[in-house]
Write a protein that binds this ligand. Structure first.
Ligand code: DGY
Length: 330
């Protein structure tokens, strides 16, 4: 592990919680982006030319072209976030630049949001919460605003890492049976705790589930993992939830299937072209067939501070010549 100067130039591309910015200023020669909007491409080029350490977020495209413009001092990309699909990690490593992320600290918050989306879609919560303030509530009725019971239903989790497992714990408490597809089995002790059924075949799992939740990272191997062909395998009364990355689902195909009534609904916190959202999905949201959120799965005050602290630990450990705890390996 290459060490670096004790007070490196750390360029942070977005505003972070005050307590984190203050600590970073104390520890490092920190350059903050005081406007809370993504840096332009030219500003990013300037940032990598200047920085010893770059602290980007998922709104920055750190590709091979950009890395080719990095100055000789750039040795660490300490990502503020778990997902690293916006960083060309092989290109960074080939240039001798270490990459770190912030795993673990946003697990519970993201799992909460996945569970919230399942409930929101199944129990029509956003629709109900609009009806009351809009003055459209004429009183209780036995046949009005009926959603779908989730207790006793089957939940299929695509990607059983930390967040998938945290969702499974919540869902089990709600009386759902847990099914999962993953590259490999989770340890037997966790399978037993969750009473989880492993499906080697994603196709077969999708065909049997009442609710499907996407919890795997976006990598070249998972791009459009839920392709048009696979989405068509889902039951017509099933719902799909995604708090991972938009690119894992073929969003156009999903939209078409919901429009056609071939999938009952979806709860999406992430999209293929954020922050742009397919206008047809927006229309489905107005028809209350989908619930759309602005990528806020990990957005808690506590979580953002925890993420910032992890970034600081990774940078400090690198400065001291150690292997940072959250090094991204290929
Ligand atoms: C991450 O850290 O990758 C999350 O998507 C941010 O919410």
């Amino acid at each position: 592990m290459r060490s670096m100067k004790k007070r490196p130039v750390v360029v942070v591309t977005r505003r972070l919680p005050d307590v984190i910015e203050t600590r970073m200023r104390e520890l490092f020669d920190t350059r903050l982006n005081l406007e809370d909007k993504p840096l332009s491409r030219q500003e990013l080029v300037d940032a990598v030319a200047l920085a010893d350490v770059l602290v980007p977020t998922l709104t920055d495209e750190i590709d091979a072209d950009l890395l080719a413009k990095a100055g000789p001092d750039l040795k660490l990309i300490a990502n503020f976030g778990n997902g690293i699909d916006h960083i060309d990690v092989p290109a960074a490593l080939a240039r001798g630049i270490t990459v770190t992320n912030t795993p673990g600290v946003l697990t519970e918050d993201t799992a909460d949001m996945a569970m919230a989306l399942i409930l929101a879609v199944a129990r029509r919560i956003p629709e109900g919460s609009r009806i009351v303030p809009d003055g459209e509530w004429a009183g209780w009725s036995p046949t009005w605003m009926l959603g779908r019971r989730i207790t006793g239903k089957r939940l299929g989790i695509v990607g059983m890492g930390r967040i998938g497992q945290a969702l499974a714990r919540r869902a089990k408490a709600f009386g759902l049976s847990i099914h999962y597809h993953n590259r490999r089995h989770v340890p037997a002790r966790i399978e037993q705790e969750l009473e989880a059924t492993y499906w080697e075949s994603l196709d077969q799992m999708l065909a049997r589930m009442d609710i499907v939740s996407v919890n795997c990272p976006h990598t070249p191997a998972t791009f459009h993992l839920l392709s048009a062909r696979r989405l068509k395998l889902m039951k017509a009364d099933a719902i799909l939830v995604n708090t991972a990355r938009g690119e894992v689902i073929d969003e156009t195909a999903l939209t078409r299937l919901i429009e056609a009534g071939a999938i009952a609904g979806a709860g999406l916190d992430v999209f293929e072209e954020e922050p742009a959202v397919n206008p047809r999905l927006l229309k489905l949201a107005r028809q209350h067939k989908v619930v759309l959120l602005p990528h806020m799965g990990s957005a808690t005050q506590e979580g953002r501070v925890d993420m910032g602290e992890k970034v600081i630990v990774n940078i400090k450990s690198f400065i001291d010549g150690h292997k940072p705890p959250d090094r991204v390996l290929l």
